[in-house]
Structure formats: structure tokens, C-alpha cells
Design a protein around this ligand. Structure first.
Ligand code: ZN
Length: 288
């Protein structure tokens, strides 16, 4: 049937291919432009906020520092200069219409997520009359909406202590969608709908189990619900004794284990010393 249809219109298939190629070329060009634009923007950037000035003067060199000191990111260039290889992805794109007396006014709504593949993720939604400007706007917004995600190994089956999953069970929602994330042992993979997988890749979570309710085929709401769940990992208050699941930085964990090892070695040495003393005490009378 397909061949017959094509036979009737000999150029139909070729034309469609050409259109696809054009679209692809355009996207690639847009990407190149974006990289150039980024470099130019950072070069000619005049910071307007305190955080911006500090980043420009190299007083703040990581997002962690900015977040720890309670700064709010209000310039997208801050993120651009702190994270050089930020991942960006258009997760949802829609043509929307507003009905006026003069007819329908069309515009495009883009949803973009950005992430540093370690612990930061942001989502931005923006509208514009044109396609690429709307993506650009959304990307900028996503950079301003960055949130920090706490990772860990909350799985009792694993207990490896590295940051490959969520530290504990969290729940997020958006619209009718409910997403429940559960810690999974190493090697499980991302057990969640494909539409939300990028959210986890962008923060470097490799294993997670999930339970979802509602209309998860609504990509936008699904993604937003997953991000909402990740937000709970840092907004949740932690009780004492839960620290072992929730190492946030790599250094912290290494330090802790180092300390523990130090203690163990110390105890070992003390025990050996005691033993030696005992032995010498036993041996001494023998010699006499
Ligand atoms: Zn683990």
C-alpha cells in the first residue's frame, strides 16, 4: 500500500526526506549558534547581582558554594560560567492557541530541563511566537530554577554508600501525576517511564524504583512530578541517625570512612599493645 501511494506521487517521499534534512540542519546550526552565543555572553557579561560579581571575580567557583552561602541565582550567566558542560534538553514542545476576536493567535510553548550530571537540575517553561526563541527563553529560565538534589544509597539490599540512587523514599506530584521514588540497589537501572528518565540522568542517578499514578503519558506533568519528587530529597528535614544514607558530597563520605578507619586502626594498635603487655607479663616470670 505504501509503495502504491508513493507510486502515485513520485516525489512525495523524497520531499518529506528533504524537509527532515532541512529541519536537522537547522537544529544543528541552532546548536552551533547557541555555543557561540554562550561564549560571547560570558565574555561580554556585566554582572548585576552580588553573586554574579563574585563568580566573575572567581571568588565563587562552584554551584555548591553559591548554594551553601544562600545565594539566589538571578543571572543565567552564573550557571554558564560555573558549569561548562551543562546538559540541556527540550522535553516538551507544543503549539498553543489563544482565541481572540481576530482569530487564533498561535504561539509555541517549550519545556527545557538542564542538569550538571551531579546534583543540580532545573526546569523552565516559556512561550514565544517563534520556535527557537521559546526554547532559548525556556533554557534561560531553567538555569534560574536550578535545585539541588540529595543523592545516596538508601537501599538495604545494597548499602554501598555511594551516590547512585535516592537516599530515601520520596513523592512528587503535578496535575494528576503522582511519582513515588524508591532507593534501588546498584545495577537496577531506572525503573520509570522513558519520558522521565532524562531527569535522573541529568542529576547522575543510575538506579531507582518507582510507582506512578495518574496520566503519566502527559510528558510535561510526568517530568515536573519527577523533579518535584527529587526536590523533596533536599527540602525534607532529616532526623538524627539518617546521615549514613544521605551523603551529599563525595568528600564528606570519604572523610567519614577515613575517620572510622582511623579509629579502627587506633583500637587495633591499643589491643596489640595490651596483648604485648600481657605476653611480656606472662613471659617475665618464666625467665626468672
Ligand atoms: Zn548502593
Amino acid at each position: 500500500m505504501k509503495e502504491k501511494a508513493r507510486g502515485n506521487r513520485p516525489n512525495a517521499g523524497r520531499k518529506a526526506d528533504g524537509r527532515k534534512r532541512k529541519e536537522k540542519d537547522r537544529e544543528e546550526r541552532e546548536k552551533e549558534f547557541a555555543i557561540e552565543r554562550k561564549a560571547k555572553e560570558i565574555e561580554g557579561w556585566v554582572p548585576k547581582t552580588e553573586l554574579g560579581r563574585k563568580v566573575r571575580a572567581n571568588e565563587i567557583n562552584s554551584l555548591d558554594e553559591a548554594f551553601d552561602n544562600g545565594y539566589r541565582i538571578m543571572e543565567s550567566q552564573v550557571v554558564d560560567s560555573l558549569v561548562k558542560d551543562l546538559d540541556e534538553k527540550l522535553v516538551n514542545f507544543k503549539k498553543t492557541a489563544k482565541v481572540r476576536r481576530s482569530g487564533r493567535m498561535f504561539s509555541f510553548r517549550s519545556t527545557v530541563i538542564v542538569g550538571d550530571r551531579h546534583s543540580y537540575i532545573g526546569v523552565g517553561i516559556a512561550k514565544d511566537k517563534e520556535r527557537f526563541p521559546s526554547i532559548r527563553k525556556a533554557t534561560k529560565k531553567a538555569k534560574l530554577n536550578l535545585i539541588r538534589v540529595r543523592k545516596g544509597c538508601g537501599s538495604w539490599e545494597c548499602g554501598c554508600g555511594t551516590e547512585h540512587s535516592v537516599p530515601f523514599m520520596v513523592e512528587g506530584k503535578c496535575g494528576s501525576v503522582r511519582v513515588k521514588l524508591m532507593p534501588a540497589p546498584r545495577g537496577t537501572g531506572l525503573v520509570i517511564g522513558d519520558n522521565a528518565k532524562d531527569v535522573f540522568r541529568f542529576v547522575g542517578i543510575t538506579d531507582v524504583w518507582s510507582e506512578t499514578k495518574g496520566a503519566t503519558d502527559t510528558t510535561l506533568n510526568f517530568v515536573l512530578a519527577a523533579i518535584d519528587a527529587l526536590r523533596q530529597t533536599t527540602s525534607m528535614r532529616l532526623g538524627e541517625g539518617s546521615e549514613r544514607h544521605v551523603r551529599h558530597k563525595k568528600g564528606e563520605f570519604a572523610e567519614e570512612t577515613g575517620e572510622k578507619r582511623g579509629k579502627r586502626e587506633k583500637n587495633k594498635k591499643e589491643n596489640e599493645a595490651e596483648k604485648a603487655e600481657e605476653e611480656s607479663a606472662v613471659e617475665m616470670p618464666k625467665e626468672e
